[in-house]
Design a protein around this ligand. Sequence first.
Ligand code: C2E
Ligand code: MG
Ligand code: MG
Length: 669
Amino acid sequence: MALEGVPSSWANMKVLDQSGARIERSIAELRHLFRQDAQATRRRDARPGLWIAVVIYWLFSFTDLLLVPDVAFQTIQARLAVGVAALAVLEIQLRLQAETKWIDVTCAAAIVFGYLGWLWPTMTSAHTESASYYMVFGTIFMMSANLFFTFDIKFSIVTSTFILSVLFIVNYYFPSPDTYKLVFANFYVSCFAFTSYVNWKLNKERYNVFLNALEAATQHKEATERGHALLRLSRTDPLTGLENRRAIDEKLRQYWNDWHNSGHRFAAMLIDVDFFKGFNDFYGHQDGDRCLVIVASALADLVKQHNGSIGRYGGEEFIVLSRLPDDEQTMALADAIRATVEGLALPHDQRKDGTPVVTVSVGVGVTREHSGAKLERIIHEADRALYLAKASGRNCVWLFDPCDPQSSDERENIAALLKIAISQSLVSLVYQPIQNIASGRIEAAEALMRLKMLDGTPIPPNVFIPVAEQTGAILKLGRWAIKTVCTELLAHDHLAVVSVNVSPIQLKAPGFAASVAAILAETGVSGSRLAFEITEGLEMEIHSDVLRCIADLRRLGIRIWLDDFGTGFAGLSWLRLIEFDLVKIDRSFLHDCGSPKGKMMLQDIISLIRNRGHSILIEGVETNEQKTFARELGIDMVQGFDIGRPVPAAEFLSRWTACERIFPIAKRA
Ligand code: C2E
Ligand code: MG
Ligand code: MG
């Protein structure tokens, strides 16, 4: 059903309710809404409207004095009484928050009583002619009811009809000619008809304006809501519902500014799901997504308890930002994150490390004095720490330590340097003599790698070798070292054997033995003049590939030495599995010999190696006493600063040219 005079589209309309939902409103409801809205307007306009009306009503006192002076005293009294009473009642009503309909009644009563208060005395005036004209002003009261006060249409018609009726009665009884009565009756009715019509039109127009405004407000609110929803969407990760990278980057900036301005320390934690690619490949992407959602929601719950922020940073990577006062509490939260995911016990059968459930590695960066002005730095540091957490076996937590060369920025520089080390001649070898303790002759040398920066600053091997191993640069550098040893030292026949340190990475790399064979063939050096030092270490499982490689190297005549014996955990099983030509005992054992316990320990190690039939070399001989002691212990070879420091090839050759050629240095069982 269409509303009369209103476009049919208004018949029923969708508007927003208080909660913001768009709901359909019936005509009756829309009318009700309109009335409510109109009431509010009337309430607002009542005070100024009545004041204006009363003041004008009072000003007509002058007309009273001019037209009906004999009754002016009464009319003015009536004017004052009605005006003051109406204003007083209205003020009281407004103060008491009276309903709008009672305010309307007051205004209507003011019109009616104002009309009667003026008309009654005027009718009794002796100036009948003036009074008869003056009565025409009664239509002003009718206009007030219909047009001036925006009453509800029915209410204004009732009020104006009352005024019309009184006018009719007065017109009828007032002593005036019939023509006059007829003309004025017509005039009153026309006035009533016109003002009522205009009133009705205005009401309809107001209703239309109200509906238009309602629709405009609805559309505006909807557009705003849509805008907010879009904004929310653009900041949310669709899979997990966490904040996405853009949103969390903004948060990071807030945390950072807060730290700069108020000194609130915070931690950034990068969390990576371990072996997630394997999970996805095996269980499928749907399960992969489900896994991420479960992990995300568990972490979100945990982080909420710590007043932190969490976001999805990338594929299987999450980020947590939290204000924590010290490293201890920071690590406690990081470990809680790790433990939470492990505690979910989501099965993961495809891990390479044998753990049967989904776990995460956590890298933590914290704000420090030296964090500098760039906020990316904290993420960079968290990323470094995450890398190290992954490298140290996963399912663990790592805090970035600026003093640790492995995690510092230096690592990046070194990695870059290693790429150009050979072409730019930044890498070189130095040789440290190895002495046969019985004969006192230098029978061998150990080749040790040196690296310098472009400005010539040296970088210690314990800093650059791990980087070379992690980046794989060790493969190229290792081949270069073997070739350099062959060309710069073994090409001359001054020295029997030169040992080269070989990283486990090289032994695991396919084709390593073949590349060594190619170098030997190219340089014409016999394999028996080379020894490879292998360090026992945690990271080096005795893999079948390694054993096969060692066997291949042996076939080339290359000697295999065990380096730094006693520092790792796997030494004994190594001794059992591999036929070493020589075992180098780590210098720490010799240096611990100051105490009887240390001495006994060294003696035990020596008898153990000897029982296996290997030759023994002790490293780190720094004094003559240590050398004497080594001799007493029946050690075969010694190496250390007392015998000679590592020096470049030319210096080594000039210093040790008197060396005799002695083969072989290693006794085999
Ligand atoms: P390493 O193979 O055990 O080498 C012996 C280290 O002990 C050398 O340190 C040497 O300078 C030092 N040294 C020798 N005599 C003494 C002594 O009397 N007292 C003390 N305090 N130290 C002594 P460097 O050159 O710093 O090398 C450190 C480690 O770096 C080596 O330990 C080795 O594991 C590794 N490295 C060096 N060059 C290479 C290489 O070409 N390839 C690989 N994979 N690793 C290498
Ligand atoms: Mg060595
Ligand atoms: Mg060593």
